[in-house]
Design a protein around this ligand. Structure first.
Ligand code: UP5
Ligand code: MG
Length: 199
């Protein structure tokens, strides 16, 4: 596959509540990427009466553990193919890959069709992440915005996702942004990174 025919991808990683979704919305507004949140796609599949994986997905989300890659990757791939038909080929993949299983599955199924531009990493202290998710939990209706699920989400992030970040950083692919500041301040740094990606 020629480089021009490939999907251009930015992975967006960071702890629960680090601001991945918030910053992706801003990138979409300013730069016109297609935003694919793996968590949103999984929540939609969990709520789809026709999906055979509903229960499995629901359990993983509530437990803060990671859904098998075949499910997540097929959801992402379907959305990417749809967007490509509309000539959109710059993607923000938010909240994926989260562990070694995700990484292996992605590398097997997708990496030959993808230009991975960078991994945008929102670095945010654990207590800030927890506070943001608990605050959002008052109104979000998310089954995992509670103290018990959050403990597990944080644990999964530290034990599994940090390794993925380490792997990409050894490849020189990580762009780290401090996510503790206001959304506007964070976006100032994000803009610089995305402009380079689009050069
Ligand atoms: N907020 C945002 N930025 C702020 C800032 N700078 N200052 C102050 N407040 C800020 O933001 C979270 C909250 O904080 C919001 O209220 C926001 O207004 C505020 P958001 O932008 O939503 O943060 P985000 O990082 O997107 O948080 P999210 O909760 O979505 O992160 P998670 O990684 O925990 O959730 P995700 O949806 O990606 O995954 C959920 C579950 O799905 C996982 O635990 C897992 O079980 C499953 N999953 C998989 O199994 N595989 C996958 O590939 C992906 C998900
Ligand atoms: Mg999110």
């Amino acid at each position: 596959m020629t480089d021009a025919a490939k999907y251009n991808v930015v992975f967006v990683l960071g702890g629960p509540g680090a601001g991945k979704g918030t910053q992706c919305d801003k990138i979409v507004k300013e730069f016109g990427f297609v935003h694919l949140s793996a968590g949103d796609l999984l929540r939609a599949a969990r709520n789809d009466p026709n999906s055979e994986f509903r229960e499995d997905i629901a359990n993983h989300i509530k437990d803060g553990s990671i859904v098998p890659v075949a499910i997540t990757c097929s959801l992402l791939k379907r959305e990417m193919e749809k967007a490509k038909e509309n000539n959109q080929d710059y993607f923000l993949i938010d909240g994926f890959p989260r562990n070694e299983d995700n990484l292996d599955g992605w590398n097997t199924q997708m990496s030959s069709q993808v230009n991975l531009k960078t991994v945008l990493f929102f670095d945010c202290p654990e207590e800030v992440c927890v506070d943001r998710c608990l605050e959002r939990g008052k109104t979000s209706g998310r089954t995992d915005d509670n103290t018990e699920s959050l403990k597990k989400r944080i644990q999964t992030y530290t034990e599994c996702t940090m390794r993925v970040l380490h792997y990409y950083s050894t490849l020189g692919l990580v762009s780290k942004v401090s996510a503790e500041r206001s959304p506007k301040e964070v976006f100032e740094d994000v803009k610089g990174i995305i402009m380079k990606v689009m050069e």
